[in-house]
Design a binder for this molecule. Structure first.
Ligand code: ZN
Length: 277
């Protein structure tokens, strides 16, 4: 099924990191003036700021704070370091609550000095340890599976199937998933796993960008929608067939785009959203 055209910007959210050269105040002003309705805040943009006031400022610009990015990085061979990570994630949950957003996105991490299965077990243990904090703060934890090229150190959860397994094993209303096309577009089971995720009520967030051909940097060369080979409309169709009608979040890390004029980039994001997503 072909998804409906995105004629207005009511579902458009942009991550602060997408326009990294801008401060959060500048992003708020420019998003608001351009009709963008949602913002996902990266923790680094909050440094040195009063988080409650920043949340208020964003809402005064008419923005919905879709989520806070990011917690995670749980696995470590050293139990003491695992505890440090859990404590940092407790702070991230508090920050999300102060911002008054209901989702904290998790980049789960991996420790290359141990088997992936060990890292996965430590991720699940850490998420379970955080459940009481998530519940009392009213913040849901969104596990984001990452492309397998990051299995060494960024995430031991690399397919939506693995993420679905973990969310189902934890089985809590405070844990769900973030589907990011950059990480998952290649997966032959994607349609089936998106359906499964939606049926279990676990689909919390949908991130878009594009996969450039060739990709010159495995972290910082994401494409603007339409610049690459991801079948964005098809994947959005699968996501919406589950009943998902939340924000569509543009998350682009790109040295090339960060070097350009950011107002021009914002205009390009808006037109690419209308044309290619
Ligand atoms: Zn993402």
């Amino acid at each position: 099924m072909k998804p409906k055209e995105l004629t207005d910007l009511s579902q458009l959210c942009i991550h602060t990191i997408t326009l990294k050269p801008w401060s959060i105040e500048e992003a708020a002003k420019k998003f608001s003036a351009s009709g963008v309705k949602g913002i996902t805040v990266w923790r680094d943009t909050l440094e040195g700021r009063n988080i409650k006031q920043t949340g208020k400022m964003l809402r005064e610009h008419g923005l919905t704070i879709v989520s806070l990015c990011r917690g995670g990085f749980f696995p470590n061979k050293d139990a003491g370091k695992r505890q440090v990570a859990i404590d940092d994630n407790r702070r991230a949950i508090d920050e999300a609550a102060e911002l008054e957003t209901s989702i904290l996105v998790l980049v789960c991490g991996a420790d290359p000095s141990q088997p992936l299965e060990d890292s996965r077990k430590q991720i699940q243990d850490a998420i379970e340890a955080l459940l009481p904090d998530a519940e009392s703060a009213g913040v849901r934890l969104a596990i984001e599976p990452l492309h397998p090229m990051y299995a060494d150190s960024r995430s031991a959860i690399n397919t939506l199937s693995q993420a679905n397994d973990m969310a189902e094993a934890v089985h809590s209303p405070w844990v769900g998933l973030a589907v990011d096309v950059y990480h998952l577009w290649w997966d032959p089971c994607l349609e089936k796993e998106i359906k499964r995720c939606g049926e279990n009520g676990n689909l919390l967030a949908f991130h878009v960008c594009d996969w450039k051909v060739p990709t010159t940097d495995l972290l910082l060369d994401r494409g603007l929608m339409g610049e690459g080979c991801i079948p964005l409309k098809q994947i959005r169709g699968w996501v919406e067939e589950t009943g998902f009608n939340g924000f569509i979040e543009v998350e682009i890390f790109s040295n090339a785009w960060w070097q350009k004029d950011q107002s021009e980039f914002l205009n390009k994001i808006i037109s690419a959203y209308r044309e290619y997503v």
